[in-house]
Ligand binder design. Structure first.
Ligand SMILES: [Zn+2]
Length: 373
């Protein structure tokens, strides 16, 4: 379902009030939504600047800020669309192809070690996993006991298509299976994909990474699992099912095959899209990441095409490999965020993002419209 044309994040409290009783109740149970109004009193000298940057002085005098907090994960975001116009802001410009300067920086970085992984990157103790266009390498400076690179054949990190995404996920699955042959205690898989320096990639050449952890998943994944368990105990409900029901009712979610994507109301950074796929109940050794290939490729296609995103982060995770009763009901997940203009001199993460809530300029309803097309 596409959101109605007049649906905007600024009107979220009103939109929630119009939901059917059950979804309204679930929304109330899942989220705190607080709208507040901020006012400014600019001196007349500021008028030309305000008009130039924000379109009109009027638009800046009274501003609505909507703050959404997930009551179970305690993820939260403050939305104010005016911030999209702020100088040095970090939201990618819609529809724009990568700028010539970004293209040039990608082209200048071709003499890198990922050109020749066999001779210029280390292998894991069990060797390498090779796909059609992705090969693994051991990470030189690891963030976990098992931490490897998934190096793309293609240098251009923006040359992304469905075949590449499918191959990447297949290779990550095969890599995890190889790790578990030598270390069965390693069971929490986390795939991370940082595209361009702006998104934290130290090398431009297309690549992703994967970790397989003992004992605990990465902290924020554990946070989601803990929320699911607390929710079940406190309400008797299915956290992820109820979450999807609210997003669907708002027009912020849609089905893609067996998966559902949602335009996050509590994004970590701009334009977060989460893809949820109910975990298979079959072989616990099997984490069918490849089932996420089509929906994830679809999100990336819309982001890189229509929304003009170039710098982005993706994470893929799910329940642990092997039996784990406390993770039953946890889906396979892919999270995507836009990291904005790669040439911006201002960081898009600051004290509020690190220690408070995300401050977000993009509208989840616009993200949902872009994805629905
Ligand atoms: Zn390269």
């Amino acid at each position: 379902m596409v959101p109605p044309p007049d649906a905007q994040i600024e009107r979220l409290p009103e939109l929630l009030a119009t939901l059917p009783a059950r979804e309204r109740e679930l929304a109330q149970r899942l989220f705190s939504v607080v709208a507040s109004e901020g006012t400014i009193v600019p001196p007349p000298e500021m008028a030309p600047w305000l008009e130039r940057v924000f379109g009109s002085v009027e638009a800046t005098l009274r501003q609505r800020v909507v703050r959404v907090t997930n009551r179970w994960t305690f993820e939260g975001a403050a939305f104010n669309s005016l911030r999209a116009h702020r100088p040095g802001v970090s939201l990618s410009a819609g529809g724009a192809a990568p700028s010539p300067e970004v293209r040039a920086r990608i082209a200048r970085a071709t003499d890198d070690d990922f050109r020749d992984p066999d001779h210029r990157t280390p292998a894991d103790s069990f060797g390498r996993v090779r796909g059609h266009q992705v090969v693994t390498a051991a990470n030189v400076a690891k963030a976990d006991g098992w931490h490897s690179l998934l190096i793309f054949d293609r240098h251009d990190p923006l040359a992304i298509d469905r075949a590449l995404v499918a191959d990447l996920l297949r290779v990550a699955e095969a890599w995890a299976a190889r790790v578990r042959e030598t270390d069965p205690e390693a069971r929490h898989l986390f795939l991370l994909w940082n595209c361009l320096w702006r998104a934290g990639a130290s090398l431009v050449h297309g690549h992703a990474q994967v970790t397989l952890s003992h004992t605990m998943a990465h902290a924020r994944v554990e946070g989601w699992a803990a929320a699911m368990r607390r929710y079940a105990v406190a309400t008797g409900g299915d956290y992820f099912a109820d979450l999807v029901a609210v997003y669907r009712a708002l027009g912020l979610a849609a089905t893609d095959g067996d998966a559902v994507w949602l335009a996050s109301l509590t994004p970590a950074r701009e334009r977060e899209v989460d893809i949820l796929l109910p975990a298979a109940t079959g072989d616990p050794e099997e984490l069918p990441l490849r089932a996420l290939a089509a929906p994830l490729a679809g999100v990336l296609e819309a982001a890189l095409g229509q929304l003009g995103v170039t710098a982005f982060n993706v994470a893929v995770f799910g329940p642990p490999l092997g039996l784990a009763a406390e993770w039953v009901g946890f889906p396979l997940v892919a999270r995507f965020v836009d990291r904005g203009d790669p040439l911006s001199p201002v960081a898009d993460v600051a004290a509020l993002e690190l220690f408070g809530s995300s401050v977000i300029a993009s509208d989840p309803f616009d993200v949902a419209r872009a994805l629905a097309e």
